[in-house]
Design a binder for this molecule. Sequence first.
Ligand SMILES: Cc1cc2nc3c(=O)[nH]c(=O)nc-3n(C[C@H](O)[C@H](O)[C@H](O)COP(=O)(O)OP(=O)(O)OC[C@H]3O[C@@H](n4cnc5c(N)ncnc54)[C@H](O)[C@@H]3O)c2cc1C
Length: 433
Amino acid sequence: MFKTNILIIGGGLAGLSAAKALEGKKDYIIAERENRPGGLAATVAKGGFHFDYSGHLLHLRWPKTSKFILGALAGNCARIKRDARVYAHKRWTPFPFQSNLAAMPPAVKSECVSGFLKAYNAGHTGPGDGSEVFSRWTRRVLGDGISKHFMLPYNAKLWQYPMERLTTEWCAPFVPMPKPEEVIKGAYGRANEGIGYNTVFHYPKRGGIGALANALAKKSRGLRLGLEVESLNLGKGTADIRYFGPVNFKRLINTMPLNELIAKAEDAPAAVRRAAASLRHNTVYVLNLGVKGAKSDMHWGYFPGEEFPFYRAGIATNFAKSLAPRGCASFYIEIATAGEALDLASAEAAVLKGLKACGLIKSQSQVVEKLWLKIPCAYVIYNRERAKALPVIFDWLKTKRAQSIGRYGAWKYSFMEESVKEGLEAAERLLVK
Ligand SMILES: Cc1cc2nc3c(=O)[nH]c(=O)nc-3n(C[C@H](O)[C@H](O)[C@H](O)COP(=O)(O)OP(=O)(O)OC[C@H]3O[C@@H](n4cnc5c(N)ncnc54)[C@H](O)[C@@H]3O)c2cc1C
């Protein structure tokens, strides 16, 4: 039987970062199911375009991981000031909606401002403990108007889960919380664009976001592509890997979705299996389009309106021109489902209609390339079942000294930098032992 000290499941950013920290210090293998590294942070080349799995922008917050990421990219990286907008009531306004109401029709504006002030004056601005459901939370902290015109329709489209059951542990870093003076200034004065977690971002100058994973993968001696872990026994320290055979390992770092890990772990107790089976996620379909004759400077837009099938659309060539042949723009459009299959032909027709309606493409614009990418497990659902299930699962994994990390291994709403951080930290924990 093939033996390794550490088995890493998944060669996305979490797995590759763990490997980088282990390189030359402990032997490991990464079993990556696909024939390319990067997981969701990969880039697909087609017809002269480079398409990501929707916009994948680096929001760097921590010194150590920023240095690690920028070091790996070795100069192949631009720092860019965000131009994100919201399309609501047939007009564009800068993101975030709640502090940029100036462009809204007068009745909408006053409903949003008065609702916000009413919530604020009632002292209902605290973040809460995360167990409050989203429909209640957003009305409590942002008021009825902002909730009705943006927060509820946008989030219902994104999460594809009842807003009365979605809990709010994820909100604090992602939902910008303006002060009353910012809401008023944004409604009756100048735009407030520098608000929120992603006002500045980084992105590779060449090669799409996949350039980061490719740079990390190049130096990984233990990366094995095209190998899918089919089953495991955490107690025995064995895994069956398709096309490779059985592997014996001492320690495990998992980055595949947590529910799948438990389903594949033959020694998982019934209570752990039940907990894993209660976890929910949505599915996102990304339509990438190569377009001639489209012109807009913005990076991405949010679409709360039900007349649009997508919740977000962006123009990747506005963060790196090299992603498309000269004279073309590259668009990404994101549509979420609760897991059901999307009828791609009718979705595409509705997307083109929507892009024309909001002016992002013109009737004379020409689509010269397209690529649908499916993300089966895209956003994990925060609900009461998740809050109950995670401790049961992680307590059991701890008894097996197995670490499950990354956006899906840890089952959370997190970003690339956090996957990198968790990969480095998981490796460090093994190096000190
Ligand atoms: C629509 C969308 C937009 C996003 N936009 C951004 C953004 O702008 N900025 C940002 O920072 N983050 C963004 N993210 C989040 C980002 O994609 C993730 O945080 C990050 O890429 C996750 O890396 P990971 O290594 O944790 O997981 P993954 O990338 O999922 O890697 C896990 C790997 O495990 C492999 N695998 C799974 N099962 C098996 C198996 N049985 N055997 C072997 N291998 C297996 C998979 O093939 C995959 O390569 C976005 C996510 C989504 C869904």
